[in-house]
Design a protein around this ligand. Structure first.
Ligand SMILES: N=c1c2ncn([C@@H]3O[C@H](COP(=O)(O)OP(=O)(O)OP(=O)(O)O)[C@@H](O)[C@H]3O)c2ncn1[C@@H]1O[C@H](COP(=O)(O)O)[C@@H](O)[C@H]1O
Length: 161
C-alpha cells in the first residue's frame, strides 16, 4: 500500500531554484503530480514508489513488458552501462539548469538503479537501512569516513553472494 505524505518540505534555503532558467515546457509545474485519486498536495513517498517498481520487476514478461524484459535479460554489465548513461544525462540536464529534464532523467536513473539492485540481490530496504544508520550516527545521511570500522554497512560481505 502506498503511504502518503502531506505538506512536502519547502525548498531548502540557499539552494538555487532551476525553475527560472528551465526552458523545458512544464505545464504541470516542477513536481510530479499527486497520486491518482489522492487529495491535492498529497504525494507518494519515494521509497514506496521504489518498492512498487522493485516488486513490479518480478512480474515482467517479454510479452507485456518487452523493453524491461530485455534489460533484465541483458545482465549486470549492461545494466551498469545504462545506469552510468542515465547518471550522465542527469548531470548534463542539471548543469544546463533544465529542471523538468533533470526530473525525467532522474526517474530514468532510479529505474535503472532499481533494476541493478535487483540483479545484485539487493533489496531497497537495505539501502534505506544504511541511510537511516548513517543519519542516526551523524545526524545527516552522509558517507562514512574511509577506513572506518563501520564502513562495511549493513551487509556482512562486499560481494553479492
Ligand atoms: N519506471 C520505469 C521506467 N523508467 C524509465 N523507463 C524506461 O527507460 C527509458 C530511459 O532509458 P533510455 O534513455 O536508455 O531509453 P531508450 O533509449 O529507449 O533505451 P534502450 O531502448 O536503448 O534501452 C525510458 O524511456 C523508459 O522507456 C522505465 N520503464 C519502465 N518502468 C517501470 O518498469 C515496469 C515495467 O515497465 P515496462 O517495461 O514499460 O512495461 C513498470 O512498473 C514501469 O513503471
Amino acid at each position: 500500500m502506498v503511504s502518503l505524505v502531506r505538506d512536502p518540505l519547502p525548498p531548502r534555503r540557499g539552494v538555487p531554484s532551476f525553475a527560472a532558467a528551465d526552458d523545458d515546457a512544464d505545464p504541470g509545474g516542477r513536481l510530479a503530480p499527486s497520486c491518482p485519486g489522492a487529495p491535492e498536495g498529497v504525494r507518494a513517498t519515494g521509497p514506496d514508489e521504489i518498492a512498487r517498481l522493485y516488486a513490479a520487476l518480478d512480474l515482467v514478461s517479454p510479452q507485456t513488458n518487452p523493453r524491461t524484459a530485455r534489460l533484465l535479460a541483458a545482465g549486470a554489465k549492461r545494466m551498469a552501462q545504462k545506469l552510468i548513461e542515465e547518471a550522465g544525462e542527469v548531470a548534463l540536464e542539471a548543469s544546463r539548469q533544465h529542471a523538468r529534464a533533470t526530473v525525467r532523467e532522474s526517474a530514468d536513473l532510479l529505474y535503472h538503479l532499481v533494476v541493478l539492485w535487483r540483479e545484485c540481490g539487493i533489496a531497497p530496504d537495505e539501502i534505506w537501512a544504511e541511510m537511516y544508520r548513517r543519519a542516526e550516527r551523524f545526524g545527516i545521511a552522509e558517507k562514512l569516513p574511509k577506513g572506518s570500522s563501520e564502513a562495511g554497512g549493513v551487509r556482512a560481505a562486499d560481494d553479492f553472494t
